[in-house]
Design a protein around this ligand. Structure first.
Ligand SMILES: [Zn+2]
Length: 1078
């Protein structure tokens, strides 16, 4: 790992390619690389620095964004490319050598198979109530033990037990290679819960006068006449500990630092607000008698923006003054608690470094509102929803302290004996430490004798600062046998490749084989890693990879209706035993099938056969598919044509094409999940493949869909390789169970994401990785206590790729409030909008599109109406008033309506892909997906790119597109570069190696040429890839052809044939609010 002093904190190592192949990569930018290494080496607290013992291994891997695979022809790597030597240890390219030639295969390392179903314990729950986490084959393997314990409130209850997740299993250094921190983009300043900041009012006069923004504190919004406040967002104000990117770690004294900052997180003390930090209003303020439902305390008005609207609906609004993102390039240092109070997190899309001072890092868990309403009525009045987004294995910033691993030995972690909640900083010890009160269910428990410790004068345990579980919002517990129904499973990777006529001819089969061939060196090292491979067309072909044979033997399974697996023990082999055979096979498969004339594909049967081979262990099944499955179990029909006619007939039933065609695949998916098999689908197609049906498998098993349409053998292999590589090298875990518990009064209503659910309280995840997020909707089942805090605890029980069983526990405690104004002040825009987007994605397949679209707009209207009615002090009905924290909500909502998933003109498969992509997507990627980032490239040479590699984003409006400009627009999936008609030829030559826009190729591969402009462009693209943990599909676009239309379709602020412009949408929203007010 690199030494401290690397690049600034914000600069995470791009995803470089660990293996030597990367030397061939073309896009690598030298500059980038430096950062990479640096990132890896980013300053990190010395190992011993913390008072606590071990930490979870940090993720040392490289991120996806990096350079394209070396396989494809590309420019040689610049000579000064960063040396690969700096690669993190685990990334070392050396792969485990196979056993000595001739040696017989050792018995499979996992000889011990999971006990027969009946034999296993059934609950995962806690040790207390040993619920056998049935990892094994049987369903319900992880019964949540909680049930037993907490009958009444399932949601809090038993989940605790079994859920052990380990620290990020990933290699020893899974800590954090750079997280996908989207930079500045979303970082608009927003008001913190704390002290009310001066409201920013955007007011435009109703008349013809352009609206102007003012920042008035409390003043009547109407007063806004001067343009004074305008572009400077009033909110940006309170510096949250902004920190200039320095090479040094923000926590100068990482270890010891904790003591300082943690003024006892738990005690009840006064709140020493630290300078520069925004402290929430003293508790007292929240308890003051409400002036009125929701009036801000002290008569101060809430920060907001108001803009005058003319009643005629004509827009007098100056587009330059309507609410926009104000990206901040600075890295924010965020302490999760300050002065014994929860500190509202920075925007999810900003670049920040978290210091865990008692509450969970917002990377692992964040709430739509940072104060919890006392009653369901109050929440309902606000129009907002209360949900958590949990991403338990999220990548941390390299400068953040790694998560501590706590080992309680044979007794396992201390838990509440009633709700099974895990010990955490908010548990209150009493009676000289002999007993403790659970912050989740309120139960009073005996402190285990060997865990006893006296209390200090402040009421806290004297050892609180030395015990991570008592002073950190997130810790990882070593799971005991009670959390296992069998030995932790090995890391099994099974590759299933479509070799029917279509993919062999389009090059998709060759691309898949090449990608696998390159990434196998990155598989987790060690005896616990096993692999298998099969190909299929209308039959299934397994391969015996055992070393004893001269070459891999093909074993054909012809029956695709009643599938079986030959020689189970020979098709999944210890990786070190079969590495050479596997490579040989991958090199040969494209040739073996190059003249294949079988057009049929038995995908369902192939998945089933692979499942049978993996049934005893579980593992990851990586499927490369190109055509609609046409034969054998689970075959599908071309519904799309029939859907087209339905659409033209009147869209009523159109959404049914977005539902699975039947239940066959769902049933299969449930079985896969039960046996801990996670499926990822890589679709490299040229046609309709019915994603709506196929995607049921990855969604149910904790996997995901990758989509390459139309597949291009020229430009897509690089992305396929990078996607696959990130898929297997990112931090991840297996056979997981997740449960969220809440304090009394709040309960989990529903979980959403990619998982399997057999019982209401727990989520089963055959696999989970750092990119997967689960939305947890909450509701009240009782009134909360005024002046109290409400806790949320997410526990994930999982097995690391190295076979350790762990429980990752994140606890977040938020203040309760009975004031509506506090809810608006503490609203988390990014989180709220992410939930709105996910809900829309869930609704699309089951409701008419118009209804889904109206619903999204109505959510926006209801929230703004509530604010206008109960919190705004402005009296003029001619003003649209937006709470500062949510001022971007209308723009985001408008952008959502224009997403492919919510448009009727999109291809059915494209819409299904969008829905599937959104399902497990983390907040920092949802925002750019809906509201992409656009930057100007033509003047790169004139700008000195200070710290930020990526220029400041510009609004998504064609007004900002000049004919002699070049613009890059990216949403985390696609990256479009639009070239204006009058761009100077020398710029085209320098950037793209072409002399006029007529030469723009359909399939574009970014090259790096020997000039500064090209280098800057490559740096930008690689930085974006690093931030998004995605390689992105690149496309050059020009006016007048489909590529140009695609580019302009992302300019969501423009008026379209069926859609409002941004200003029109604001007026629309305003009218609706006026109607409700009347
Ligand atoms: Zn409890």
């Amino acid at each position: 790992m690199a030494a401290p002093g690397g690049p600034r904190p914000g600069n995470f190592p791009p995803n470089y390619n660990p293996n030597s192949l990367s030397n061939n990569m073309q896009n690598l930018q030298i500059n980038q690389q430096q950062p990479n290494n640096a990132g890896v080496s980013a300053p990190r607290p010395p190992p011993n620095a913390t008072p606590f013992g071990q930490r979870a291994p940090a993720f040392a891997g490289s991120r996806p964004g990096p350079p394209p695979p070396g396989v494809f022809p590309r420019a040689p790597v610049p000579p000064n490319a960063p040396a690969q030597t700096t690669l993190p240890p685990n990334m070392v390219s050396s792969r485990p050598a196979g056993p000595p030639p001739g040696s017989q295969l050792p018995p499979p390392p996992f000889a011990s198979r999971p006990p027969p179903p009946g034999a296993m314990p059934s609950s995962i729950g806690g040790p207390v109530t040993p619920s056998p986490p049935a990892l094994g084959p049987r369903p319900g393997s992880y019964p949540s033990s909680p049930q037993t314990s907490a009958p009444s409130t399932p949601s809090h209850g038993s989940g605790s037990g079994p859920v052990s997740n380990g620290p990020p299993t990933f290699a020893p250094r899974m800590t954090q290679s750079g997280p996908p921190f989207p930079p500045a983009m979303g970082s608009m300043p927003r008001p913190l819960v704390g002290p009310p900041q001066p409201p920013a009012m955007l007011s435009s006069r109703p008349s013809s006068q352009p609206m102007q923004m003012h920042s008035s504190f409390g003043g009547p919004p109407t007063a806004v006449s001067s343009a004074s406040g305008q572009s400077a967002p009033p909110f940006s104000g309170p510096p949250q500990n902004m920190m200039p990117p320095l090479g040094s770690s923000p926590f100068s004294a990482p270890n010891t630092g904790m003591h300082q900052s943690i003024n006892s997180p738990y005690g009840m003390q006064t709140w020493p607000a630290q300078p520069q930090q925004v402290a929430p209003p003293p508790p007292g303020s929240m308890q003051q008698p409400p002036l009125m439902f929701g009036m801000p305390p002290g008569g101060q008005s809430l920060p907001n923006q108001s803009m005058a609207m003319s009643h005629s609906g004509q827009s007098n609004i100056d587009p330059n003054q309507i609410p926009r993102l104000a990206p901040s390039a600075s890295v924010i240092v965020h302490e999760t608690r300050q002065g014994n109070q929860a500190n509202p997190p920075p925007p999810a899309t900003s670049d920040y470094i978290v210091k865990d001072t008692g509450n969970s890092s917002p990377r692992y868990m964040r709430c739509t509102i940072n104060q919890v309403p006392l009653t369901a009525d109050l929440l309902s009045t606000s129009g907002m929803q209360m949900s958590l987004l949990v991403q338990p294995l999220a990548l941390a910033h390299p400068s953040e302290e790694p998560i501590h691993v706590v080992d309680f030995g044979e007794s396992g972690p201390v838990r509440c004996s009633r709700c099974k909640g895990y010990i955490n900083p908010f548990v209150k010890f009493i009676d000289q430490g002999r007993r403790f009160i659970c912050n989740l269910c309120g139960f009073m428990d005996e402190t285990p004798r060997d865990y006893h410790c006296n209390l200090g004068p402040d009421g806290r345990r004297r050892d609180a600062d030395e015990r991570p579980e008592l002073c950190r919002g997130t810790v990882e517990f070593v799971a005991t046998k009670d959390y296992m129904v069998r030995d932790p499973m090995p890391a099994v990777f099974f590759f299933l490749i479509d070799v029917s006529m279509n993919p062999t001819q389009t090059g998709a089969t060759a691309a898949a084989c090449s990608a696998i061939r390159q990434v196998i060196a990155d598989l987790p090292k060690g005896p616990r890693t096993m692999v298998g491979i099969a190909t299929f067309d209308s039959t299934i072909h397994f391969y015996n990879l055992k070393r004893s044979s001269q070459q891999p033997l093909m074993l054909i399974v012809p029956d695709v209706q009643d599938v079986y697996t030959p020689l189970e023990s020979d098709v999944i082999v210890q990786f070190s035993e079969c590495c050479e055979h596997l490579e040989m096979l991958l090199d040969n498969i494209p040739t073996m099938f190059e003249s294949n004339r079988i057009a049929d594909s038995a995908l369902g049967a192939a998945v089933k056969a692979a499942f049978l081979a993996m049934k005893n262990t579980g593992g990851k099944l990586l499927v490369f598919q190109s055509v609609l499955p046409s034969t054998g179990i689970g075959s599908l029909s071309v519904r799309e044509s029939e859907g087209r006619s339905n659409i033209s007939a009147g869209e009523k039933e159109a959404h049914k094409l977005l539902q699975p065609s039947d239940k066959t695949l769902k049933t299969m998916a449930m079985e896969l999940a039960e046996y801990q098999v996670c499926v990822d689908l890589f679709i490299t197609s040229q046609m309709y493949v019915d994603i709506a049906s196929l995607s049921v498998i990855p969604r149910t098993t904790g996997g995901q869909v990758y989509y390459y349409y139309p597949f291009s053998a020229r430009s897509d292999p690089a992305k396929l390789y990078n996607d696959l590589r990130w898929n297997i090298t990112r931090p991840q875990g297996f056979e997981a169970v997740l449960r969220v518990r809440c304090s009394q009064g709040i309960q989990v209503q529903e979980y959403s994401g990619n998982f399997c659910k057999r019982i209401p309280t727990d989520v089963d995840l055959p696999a989970i990785d750092c990119d997967k997020t689960i939305m947890v909707s909450l509701n009240h089942d009782d009134k909360l206590q005024e002046g109290s805090e409400c806790s949320f605890q997410c526990a994930l029980l999982y097995t690391t790729v190295y076979g350790q069983r762990r429980i990752r526990v994140s606890t977040l405690s938020l203040p309760c409030t009975n004031m509506l104004s506090n809810l608006f002040r503490s609203a988390d825009l990014d989180t709220q909008f992410t939930c709105i987007t996910k809900q829309a994605a869930i609704e699309i397949p089951s409701a008419p599109l118009a209804q889904v679209r109206d619903q999204a707009t109505n959510v926006c209207i209801n929230i703004l109406y509530s604010y206008r009615k109960f919190c705004a002090t402005v009296s003029s009905s001619g003003q649209l008033i937006l709470p500062e924290a949510l001022k971007m909500l209308p723009l985001y909502t408008l952008a959502l309506l224009k997403c492919i998933g919510l448009r009727s003109d999109g291809r059915i498969d494209d819409r299904s892909v969008w829905i599937n992509y959104v399902s497990p997507l983390p907040t920092p990627l949802v925002i750019p997906l809906v509201y992409p980032r656009m930057i100007a490239l033509q003047d790169l040479n004139e700008k000195e790119l200070d710290d930020s590699i990526i220029p400041v984003p510009i609004p998504l409006s064609s007004e900002h597109i000049a004919i002699d400009g070049i613009y890059l627009l990216e949403n985390g999936v696609d990256c479009l570069i639009y070239v204006g008609e009058d761009v100077q030829p020398n710029i085209l030559q320098q950037m793209f190696g072409i002399s006029s826009i007529e030469e723009i190729p359909n399939q574009f591969i970014l090259q790096q040429y020997d000039n500064p402009l090209s280098k800057k462009l490559n740096d930008i693209v690689n930085e974006i890839r690093r931030q998004r943990c995605s390689y992105l599909r690149l496309r050059l676009c020009k006016k007048g052809d489909p590529s140009g239309m695609m580019f302009f379709s992302y300019l969501v602020e423009d008026k379209t044939a069926n859609g409002f412009s941004y200003v029109e949408y604001l007026i629309h929203i305003h009218r609706q609010i006026q109607n409700k007010m009347a």
